[in-house]
Design a protein around this ligand. Structure first.
Ligand code: T1G
Length: 678
């Protein structure tokens, strides 16, 4: 099929891009546009042109799949220059998504008309690059520097209404945007010829700080800010030339390659293996069991996506309070424009204290206390009261899905749906079928996750699934490093320098040490005394140091502020553990801390693949980046490993094997470094 469908309507050349699935501006599209623009300029019978997108969207941007390859002419700036050089007016008719190069193309047009519901943005920094086809120069000429800094620096996506208010689009129509474009052909009005509206330096400075903060100071954001500020200081042609060089340099950077890996890995992760693809069971009513933090978060996530929600809790007072909080939360989200007001005013929430009230639910999600006996009792009740064919899901983080399913007479309907707190914010959802789960259940979980606008990843039913299992291995190795000679703040600092938002001990303090303490106590009887076990966390909890919530853990907390380092008590506990182990403490350099922590993740990833818990290596990257703060610009632990020297990786695993001692299980790097998706 032609990349560009041409037609003439009332003397206007309609150029409709047809490059499924999202009309990316691949080379054939660029070449066809150049030819069509030449025809438009030369044909006296034509009075103007309209550029539109076929099927469900305008243009999603440059073709990201072309980035790793040598660039092919014509380049986007050439196409956009041809639009502006065309003596006749060209209108951009927008619907669906106008993103990246797609919005840059629209900015090169004389007028932009958007259908209501269109999403617009310049999200290039999320791919480690900057808008490379005039976006940093044209956008400020329409909206001013500070608004351009916000949109480009934060990769914010805005709707047609907001874009109209900002001046990005000239008109919003309800239907037939192409018809409107043909009817409203304007005089030629080159955006590049417009002056950048003057602004107070303070406004620009404030926007610059906000963009830097949102972008965590990454190179692409720094470069984008500089390019946008150039627009106000330089003639258009100079600013345009200055934008191209950093774009090309960034596009070739390892960071951009890692971010592209994540872009495609996240889409790949949502694909089920052929054997599990099925028509998902219809889910419209969701019952959530447990009105605590997780249950309320899951209920909010479902309400925001239009599901009817039954929230059950045996504690009527807790339930009422949760209901009130949910009403308030949705009202806030509607006021912020994040959800449609109707979802807040016509809340489809019912509160239940009787098991029989969950009967209408198509899906029941249990989010009660992480205790097997408690969950089994809940599932006995679900078995007795949920309607036949309802999907019965557990939000367990660690427990065995099969053991929970065995509490029912319908294990074929039981599934793990592991949400991450806060469940209404975190996108990651681990979908965990049990061995008795019906073949269509994984599809039901994945589809439900997508409808919640989450990132569902299929996991095998093994201890810790994917994320917690890898995180456990990482945290265990970090605890070994405490005994070997590092202090908590040194480990945290080294891993924050690597790119983690927070180090493992700061995270442990934040989530509460008592959770791990209870789990370790429950596992103590099964723990082989020959395996290395660090008792520091147990001792901290024994002294009532549960982390931030108790004012002290690995760190101390005064007025909610974490101390810079560990105090004498913690160091005494750690030194005692070292002595009891017979370890003579020695300092660990940051790079050694990083190498051991990463080796622990890489080794566990190899085991996950070998055990079939992760269906593909890139899923592990998605889980660790989306759920555990692994730095996205590094591409995830597996992608990182594939960028390392193989011998150095093996040496790193030698080191953690020696540190672990008895019971250490070594994964095969062969599989990890070469595996491709099934
Ligand atoms: N290039 C190539 N493929 C793309 C693509 C793109 N820009 N965008 C999406 N795809 C593929 C995606 O991999 C998937 O493929 C399919 O389309 C559906 O995507 C010069 C340099 C448009 C909002 O960052 O935000 O322009 O899995 O599952 O949920 O300055 O895709 O089917 O094989 O996401 O409906 C800037 C990225 C590029 C936008 C649609 N643009 N895309 O969401 O579908 S850089 C972006 C999206 C640039 C210029 C710079 C979303 C979407 P497959 P999907 P969706």
């Amino acid at each position: 099929m032609e990349a560009l469908q041409l037609s003439v309507r009332e003397g206007v050349l309609v150029m409709e891009i047809s490059n499924p699935p999202v009309n990316a501006l691949s080379q054939p599209v660029r070449a066809a546009l150049m030819a069509a623009l030449a025809r438009l300029g030369a044909d006296e019978s034509l009075r103007g042109g309209v550029i539109a997108g076929a099927r469900g969207t305008f243009i999603a941007g440059a073709d990201i799949k072309e980035f790793g390859k040598p660039p092919e002419a014509p380049f986007l700036p050439d196409v956009f220059a041809a639009i502006e050089a065309c003596p006749k007016p060209v209108v951009a008719a927008l619907h669906g998504a106008a993103l990246g190069g797609g919005l840059e193309l629209a900015l090169a047009c004389d007028v932009r008309i958007a259908e209501a519901g269109t999403v617009l943005g310049l999200p290039e920094v999320t791919l480690g690059v900057i808008p490379g086809a005039g976006g940093t120069q044209r956008l400020p000429r329409l909206v001013g520097v500070s608004a351009a800094l916000r949109l480009i620096g934060t990769a914010e996506r805005i709707g047609a209404g907001a874009a109209h208010r900002l001046g990005v689009v000239d008109e919003v129509v309800e239907v037939d945007v192409v018809g409107a474009a043909v009817a409203h052909l304007p005089a030629k009005r080159r955006v590049s010829a417009l002056p950048v509206p003057p602004e107070a330096p303070e406004a620009v400075a404030k926007a610059e700080v906000a963009a830097l903060k949102a972008g965590k100071g990454r190179p692409a954001v720094v470069a984008a800010i500089a390019a946008v500020k150039d627009a106000a200081a330089l003639p258009f042609a100079e600013g345009l030339a200055r934008e191209r060089a950093p774009f090309l340099a960034l596009r070739a950077s390892p960071e951009a390659a890692a971010l592209r890996h994540m872009f495609f890995a996240e889409r790949e992760a949502m694909r089920l293996p052929a054997a599990l693809r099925a028509t998902p069971r219809a889910i419209e009513t969701v019952a959530v069991i447990g009105a605590g933090t997780m249950g309320s978060g899951i209920a909010q996530a479902a309400l925001e996506e239009g599901f009817a929600v039954i929230l059950y809790d045996q504690n009527a007072d807790l339930l009422t309070k949760a209901g009130e909080r949910l009403c308030a939360a949705l009202a806030e989200r509607a006021a912020a424009g994040k959800i449609t007001p109707a979802l807040a005013t016509k809340l489809r929430l019912s509160l239940a204290t009787g098991w029989a009230e969950i009967a209408p639910a198509d899906l029941v999600i249990e989010a009660v206390f992480e205790d097997l006996a408690v969950k089994q009792e809940v599932f006995r009740q679900l078995d007795a009261h949920a309607k036949p064919g309802a999907v019965l899901a557990t939000n367990t983080s660690y427990l065995d899905i099969d053991t929970i399913a065995a509490a029912t007479s319908r294990p074929q309907d039981v599934l793990g749906l592991h949400f991450f707190s806060p469940a209404n914010v975190m996108k990651l959802l681990e979908v965990v079928p049990g061995s008795a789960s019906a073949p269509d259940l994984a599809a039901a979980g994945m589809e439900f996750g997508k409808r919640l606008k989450k990132l569902p990843v299929l996991c095998g039913n093994a201890f810790g699934f994917i994320g917690n299992r890898i995180y456990n291995a990482y945290r265990t190795q970090c605890e070994f490093m405490l005994e070997d000679g590092a202090w908590p703040e040194e480990v945290d600092a080294a891993l924050e320098a690597f790119g983690f938002a927070m180090g493992p001990f700061a995270v442990a303090d934040l989530s509460g040490l008592d959770i791990a303490w209870r789990m370790r106590a429950a596992q103590a009887a099964r723990r082989d005394p020959r395996t290395r076990y660090v008792p520091v966390l147990d001792e901290l909890c024994a002294q009532g140091r549960f982390g931030r919530k108790s004012g002290a853990g690995y760190y101390t907390y005064a007025a909610g502020k974490r101390s810079a380092g560990s105090d004498a008590t913690v160091r005494g506990i750690i030194a005692a553990a070292s002595a009891a182990r017979g370890v003579s403490r020695h300092p660990l350099a940051p790079e050694d801390i990083q190498r051991r922590a990463l080796a622990a993740m890489v080794n566990e990833a190899a085991l996950l693949l070998a055990d079939g818990v992760a269906q593909r290596a890139s899923d592990i990257d998605v889980v660790l980046v989306q759920g555990y703060g692994f730095p996205r610009h590094v591409g995830g632990p597996v992608y990182w490993a594939r960028m390392q020297d193989r011998a150095a990786l093996e040496r790193g695993i030698d080191i953690i094997a020696a540190a672990a001692g008895f019971g250490f299980r070594r994964g095969s790097l062969d599989l990890l470094l070469t595996e491709s998706a099934p």
